[in-house]
Design a protein around this ligand. Sequence first.
Ligand code: ADP
Length: 221
Amino acid sequence: MSADPRKPVLVIGLGRFGSAVAATLERMGHEVLGADADAEIVRDHKDALTQIVEADCTEIETLRRLGAAEFDTAIVAIGTNVEASLLAVLALVDLGLPNIWAKATSERHGRILERTGAQHVVFPEQKMGERVAHLVNERLLDFISFDGEFAIARLRAPEPIIGLPLVTSQCRKKFDVTVVGVKRTGEDFIHAVPDTIIMPEDELVVSGRIDRIEAFSALCA
Ligand code: ADP
């Protein structure tokens, strides 16, 4: 179940990850209640979030008093303190929230979060580590993978397809990747169509298997 833009979201733990999630949700139009046990963190984020409370969210009674049971969606963004993360998820499960997201710092943490009842477990550090590994050789400008096999990446146009319309360069047949979008210098991305001619400074968004994308990007001059 995804979060409705008008529905409020409870964000527990306003460290680097939680505060970024909370601020983005507010920008997207969600009403956000942020909660953190640390008074200093709450003070630091007072101006960034519309609603923020200082509370130890491991106690079901505390969460009940905050009105947590009225939320459909909560995000438990406590990572370092695994016990607190699990207790907060357990309390939200006991309150009957149908849409609990939790951040895991390790595979084992993630497995226990799932067993505890979190419907969505995310691994931001692992995901970012994997992404950076694909970016360090500087051939890929951005990268997002799915199931460890398939990816969408942003890269500079490789030499063999420059000056040709996509229908002629036959990227899917020759390189096993699909060019999804094209960005000319100083312009926005546009959808790639068969007669889009690729220019030397173009950036592309391509999709395909990770090894195929890596091989395609290696063709850059
Ligand atoms: P990050 O790596 O995203 O900064 P951390 O795990 O270091 O994540 O930070 C998590 C945040 O969760 C901290 O601001 C911490 O004060 C808060 N936190 C930890 N325990 C609790 C709790 N029991 N209730 C509410 N917030 C908590």
